[in-house]
Design a protein around this ligand. Sequence first.
Ligand code: SF4
Length: 360
Amino acid sequence: MAQAPSLQDSLLAWFSEHGRNLPWRREYQPYHVWLSEIMLQQTQMERVLAYFPRWLAAFPDLASLAQAEEQEVLRLWEGLGYYSRARNLHQTARILHRHHNSTLPADHAALLKLPGIGRYTAGAIMSLAFNLPCPIVDANVERLFARLFNLAEPVKAKSSQAFIWGKAEELIPPGKARLFNQSLMELGALVCQPRAPKCAACPLRLHCAALARGLVAQRPVAGKARETIAIRMVTGVLSHRGRIFIQKRLANDVWPNLWEFPGGVIEGDETPEEALRREYLEETGFAIHRPEKLLDLKHSYTRYRVTLHCYACRLAGSATRPRLAAAQEYRWVTPGELGHFAFPAPHRRLIDRLGAGLAQ
Ligand code: SF4
């Protein structure tokens, strides 16, 4: 393709001037590259920039991560969401500790066998950490290529994916996979943005097929919108003599091994208070009384849009030992101790919002 060298040169020149100075770009250590890629998968850059140094202070290398307790790892991940990523990091660190001397292998097929490492992450480690010619395609690259090559099919269509991955591989200049792959993603993030791309400032404007045809606003072609499901849930902060009841979720449930306040889905035409009493009885055997509304929280989980009705409540009887039906452990903790446990994001938000008002 005759224009390819020019496209590559334009892009690399732009990146050397405008690429952001990110912590994992200083030395390109494989562990740092891997960690940053996993953190960035479903989390905004600003948040990752806050968490990344905190994580490295606790687990400076793969060996220290491998030796950590799962609760320590989950607690540190709290706020980033999608805890399966933290579990996979931990599990992979343990595998690498046992079988690879605590190093990430520069081997695409071997990387793909590790928990939480798919085609994108394997390509990122291969190219960014080891500068080997493996393509990577994230949402930024998909959007950029859909415009650059004027794709008339949705980017998630099989044919589009094959085209985009093929192009991403074909365009890598010899010996420059690290810089080239980053420059593609960076251009997508900073210039070829979802809304109002900055075409006038784009180093690829002379190569852009969508711009030439006046079709930028129509690219990428939207795929079928994913159906979302609204659900109502309830949870209750049960306090007794200055302590709060928490339970640890089962290992094979949603949010495995995280701590929570009991609660669940509001069924049929139940009121939130009725659902809370039922859930407490089913999950712990506790009868509760006087549920008092605290607040409502909205959050999204995959395709669910959840409204979580949050209550404060008291024990109706005097027994404090639960009969656990949906948890593996329980504790009665002081408000100050809640910081030592890993909670799902909405429960942590509840704790943060209540602050000093907890367990009064
Ligand atoms: S010219 Fe505009 S649409 Fe084309 S790649 Fe650049 S920013 Fe994207």
